[in-house]
Design a protein around this ligand. Structure first.
Ligand code: WTA
Length: 664
């Protein structure tokens, strides 16, 4: 431990509450505590304040239509276009200001600045190109791209012509791409030749092509952005239905495309996320409610102002990047940053270097990243002047108080509020967190629900639990940013999110309660600490993975009879994948097989789901009724005391498995 951390521990360890810095409060977008009461009294009309952040072509008649729960509708009768809200309306005042500051990973790279004018121009040109390729309103366009500017450009071009996008994280495998294109019947793909990781040009197009080969319907067209430089794999041969992005944009130089008028409730995008079954869920977000929610929370929680240079280090392939790199910040007319690569290339100070160079005003990142920074040590941030930062945020997984305090001190210099924001792909944006200009911060606890959000911690019967007791998080009133359904599967939507705590026969909205499948506890001040998922979803480095998806990949490997996957604690990643595998008769669970299993998971999902440990066993611990005891497998992964295992059908197997789980 360095002297610095010793000192930090001594001084901050005991401190459990931190007040918002006065300098911050004085300039905060929201600084009045009274907002909580106002929103309660004015609910649901309070959400007009979020809708007012947008330009509506046609004003809405009703804030909330709750006549058919849980199919709530927001701002009905209103119409707008998301691309016009993120671009056109800023041109007069912000046309020459940077909309996107993009930093490529290679250090010798020419970084790119897109002013609002530039972005507007290219979005129009690409929207014209998409139209020429045959994309029509309501066609789902799949975007399989890494962190390059053409990704937000394609998103906004889709939004402009009313074609919902479905972004597939570039780290996902070819199979994962095919599954998502099939589920959405998507006939168009925008992808790229490759991108840079730790200095190397990575081939992406081969993976995309392999995915396309697995699509079960005709693909009308694929567009390929050429990101790689000469010599790094640039210049692939394109198939007949594939077009180079640069050619398309050049062909439509100077084109303008009128933004299509979309109903508030029309779909803006689909995002596939992991659930309890092997099949990913297509979360549907709308144009009015979602955009209002991402803009409102960007303003109130991230304190985004037009003159800021705001930096979120998430990947746009996940919901955080959708809401808080693209839609929220651009709707507010600010400068949003994008960084292509990893934080340790070429050295472990890359983020701090970027922040210093661009004078970034906010940093929004994940606890996993913060824990890695902590491990690397303070010398890296200490090399740089980070005084431009005004606010810090985290998202994606619980943050332990030590990491929170390290972030607060070593990145924020004790002068930036830290917002720990709880939300999900399904909620569209933040739900539980402190308002940074108003509320005391308590490291480890996300905070109270945002104004107008009715989140509670309840027991299995739906009664609120006492302060300090663990229970389940629920959201008891709808909110504009909520998912509207699972794409083409209303039944699963009800089953997954509502059935647990609702009277599903009722049409009274008071009988409907949203269940995010997280465990939580609440303190005397109403601050919520989110404990983690209570379903079969695990959270590896803030990435949401379904254990069932991983299990089915493993069972698909030759020689595997059965598999159980659980999350085990991991110092940096939060959780890591532990796979317990039973082989078929005649197969040895050896190193070669372990490699096949790891490769099988990478092929089916991607490297993010790679098992940390594969444990071969003759049996899995099961209850007398034959259910696999996952909790026990988790405890084994974590090296915990297992207590009484005598109720198992096969108690002997436990010791056997324990002996095989080694600490890496
Ligand atoms: C977890 C990411 C604790 C939670 C935006 C949730 C968190 C899941 C936090 C959603 C937080 C997210 N504290 N846990 N601040 N934020 N989570 O859909 O389990 O990728 O249900 O959305 O991440 O993950 P998703």
């Amino acid at each position: 431990m360095t002297d610095d951390t010793v000192e930090l521990e001594a001084r901050l360890e005991e401190q459990e509450a931190f007040e918002p810095p006065e300098e911050f409060v004085e300039q905060a977008n929201v600084s009045e505590e009274s907002i909580y009461e106002e929103f309660e009294e004015e609910w649901p009309e309070c959400w007009e304040r979020a809708a007012d952040l947008l330009d509506w072509e046609e004003g809405y008649d009703t804030v909330l239509d709750d006549s058919n729960p849980p199919f709530y509708e927001w701002f009905t009768g209103g119409s707008l276009n998301a691309s016009a809200n993120c671009l056109d309306r800023h041109l007069d005042e912000r046309g020459d200001e940077a909309a996107i500051e993009w930093v490529g990973e290679p250090v010798e790279e020419e970084n790119r600045t897109y002013t609002y004018e530039d972005l507007h121009r290219e979005v129009n040109e690409f929207a014209a190109a998409l139209t020429e390729l045959g994309v029509e309103e309501d066609d789902v366009v799949t975007l399989y791209m890494p962190m390059i500017p053409e990704l937000p450009i394609a998103m906004l071009a889709c939004a402009r012509i009313g074609a919902p996008h479905s972004v597939v994280f570039a780290g996902f495998s070819a199979d994962a791409l095919a599954t998502r294109m099939n589920a959405a019947d998507s006939e168009y793909l925008v992808t790229c030749d490759g991108y840079y990781r730790r200095g190397d040009g990575l081939d992406h197009l081969s993976k995309a092509n392999e995915g396309l080969a697995g699509v079960d319907h005709d693909v009308e067209a694929a567009v390929v952005v050429e990101r790689l430089r000469e010599g790094d794999g640039h210049g692939h041969d394109l198939a007949d239905n594939q077009r180079a992005y640069a050619d398309l944009v050049a062909e439509h130089e100077g084109a303008t495309v009128e933004p299509v008028s979309r109903d508030a409730e029309d779909m803006l995008f689909l995002m596939y996320t992991s659930g309890t079954t092997g099949q990913p869920k297509g979360v549907k977000h709308t144009t009015g409610g979602y955009l209002a929610w991402s803009a409102w929370t960007s303003r109130a929680v991230l304190d985004v102002k037009p003159e800021d240079t705001y930096f979120c280090s998430a990947d746009i392939g996940w919901i955080t990047g959708h809401s808080y790199i693209v839609y929220g910040p651009l709707a507010l007319g600010t400068t949003t940053m994008m960084y292509e690569g990893t934080p340790d290339h070429p050295e472990r100070d890359r983020l701090w270097e970027i922040i210093e160079e661009y004078e970034a005003t906010q940093l929004y990142t994940a606890p996993t990243a913060i824990r890695a920074f902590m491990k690397w040590g303070t010398e890296y941030p200490d090399r740089h002047d980070l005084s431009s930062l005004r606010l810090l945020g985290t998202v994606g997984e619980p943050i332990n108080p030590r990491a929170w305090k390290w972030y607060y001190k070593h990145i924020g210099d004790e002068s930036c509020p830290v917002v720990d924001t709880w939300w999900q792909t399904e909620t569209g944006g933040m739900m539980v967190t402190t308002l940074p200009g108003v509320k005391t911060m308590k490291p480890g606890s996300a905070g109270p629900p945002l104004p107008g959000v009715d989140a509670r911690v309840v027991d299995t019967t739906g009664e609120e639990v006492e302060a300090g007791r663990a229970g389940y998080l629920t959201v008891n009133k709808p909110w504009p940013g909520m998912l509207r359904t699972l794409y083409r599967n209303d039944e699963r939507y009800i089953d997954e999110y509502w059935a647990e705590y609702s009277d599903t026969d009722s049409d009274d909205p008071d009988d409907w309660v949203y269940f995010p499948e997280d465990g939580a506890k609440v303190d005397d001040d109403g601050y919520i600490t989110v404990l983690g998922r209570v379903d079969d979803v695990i959270n590896v480095s803030g990435h949401r993975l379904g254990t069932m998806e991983i299990e089915s990949a493993i069972v698909g490997v030759e020689g595997v009879a059965e598999a159980a996957v659980v999350g085990g604690d991991h110092e940096v990643k939060g959780e890591a994948v532990y796979a317990y595998v039973i082989t078929e008769d005649g197969y040895e669970g050896d190193e070669a097989m372990r490699e096949r299993i790891v490769a099988g998971v990478e092929d089916a999902i991607g490297p993010i789901a790679r098992p940390e440990q594969v444990v071969f066993t003759l049996e899995l611990p099961k209850t007398r009724s034959g259910k696999i005891m996952r909790r026990l497998l988790e405890d084994i992964a974590n090296g915990e005391d297992l207590g009484d295992t005598s109720t198992l059908r096969n108690p002997d197997v436990v010791e056997d498995i324990q002996g095989k789980v080694g600490g890496d």
